[in-house]
Design a protein around this ligand. Structure first.
Ligand SMILES: Nc1ncnc2c1ncn2[C@@H]1O[C@H](COP(=O)(O)OP(=O)(O)OP(=O)(O)O)[C@@H](O)[C@H]1O
Length: 261
């Protein structure tokens, strides 16, 4: 379980008028929530609402001004992160083998043991729906979806308890997004992983996540189980829900009256 309590984050304001200006801009306000093992929490909010900042706090990359993040074990959980910009988060000179090797190296260091790299790499490639034929390819020789699969394999190589996806599928086309989300669901079920899925896209949250946190102007305004998402009451959450198309409905264009003979 991850328990985030009363998190405040502020940054020093840029372009301050005085030389040693100490003005700060608060970005997160008293954010609290919890995620149980095996759940997928979607953090949903518009651009600038503080989603990535919250993600950085959760994985320990940023210390909050106030508040805490605690894990079930009492120790720090092993968290892997998958970013949106897979083309820059993957070194362009690294082959698929070396990219996955980065994750395996972290695992070797942490667990203080030497892994059978070849076997592990092939296992991970299979897990993300790729095969050995990709081993020696460079990032530019892969499609966006394939490269993101490699980044997911690298994240899994660490053997994490939690994976944080920061807009990880946002730049992929809709079809590839669904493929990757199906893959993530399968892996989660198989490994009992906990996911935190940061996005501005409600449709992907309802497809993938068990719970959703609505982040509005740095405040967690509502947390709901996805199956009860229609019961949201905060105006921002309601507005977002109003914008989602009813995917169950088939669109049939109406024939204009005058066209009917
Ligand atoms: N290191 C930093 N220094 C100063 N301000 C920052 C820093 N990081 C983030 N901010 C500010 O914090 C606010 C929230 O940024 P954040 O990246 O968390 O938003 P977001 O919801 O992830 O947005 P997006 O969806 O556009 O990525 C923004 O106003 C941003 O300018």
């Amino acid at each position: 379980m991850i328990k985030a309590e009363h998190i405040d984050v502020s940054f020093k304001k840029e372009n301050q008028t005085t030389l040693f200006g100490r003005e700060r801009q608060q970005v997160l306000f008293d954010v609290s929530f919890e995620v149980k093992k095996g759940q997928c929490l979607g953090i949903l909010g518009e651009s600038g609402s503080g989603k990535s900042t919250l993600g950085r706090v959760l994985c320990g990359l940023l210390k909050p001004d106030k508040g805490s993040v605690r894990f079930e074990s009492g120790k720090k959980a092993v968290i892997s992160v998958v970013f949106q910009d897979y083309s820059t988060s993957a070194n362009p000179r690294f082959t698929v083998k070396s990219l996955i090797g980065e994750g395996l190296m972290v695992k070797e260091k942490r667990e203080k043991k030497t892994l059978n790299r070849k076997e592990e790499t092939n296992r991970l490639l299979t897990l993300v729906g790729l095969d050995e034929s990709y081993l020696h390819r460079l990032p530019h020789e892969l499609s966006g979806g394939q490269l993101q699969r490699v980044c997911i394999a690298r994240a899994l190589a660490v053997n994490p308890e939690v994976i944080l996806f920061d807009e990880a599928i946002s730049s992929l086309d809709a079809h590839t997004q669904v493929q990757i989300m199906d893959l993530l669901k399968e892996i989660q079920e198989e490994k009992g992983l906990t996911y935190i899925f940061i996005t501005h896209d409600l449709t992907s949250v309802t497809y993938l996540c068990s719970h959703v946190l609505f982040l509005y102007k740095g405040k967690a305004v509502e947390v709901r189980a996805t199956e009860a998402i229609s019961e949201v009451s905060h105006p921002y959450a309601r507005k977002l829900l109003g914008a989602i198309p009813d995917v169950g409905e088939v669109y049939e264009p109406k024939v204009p009256d005058q066209a009917v003979s």
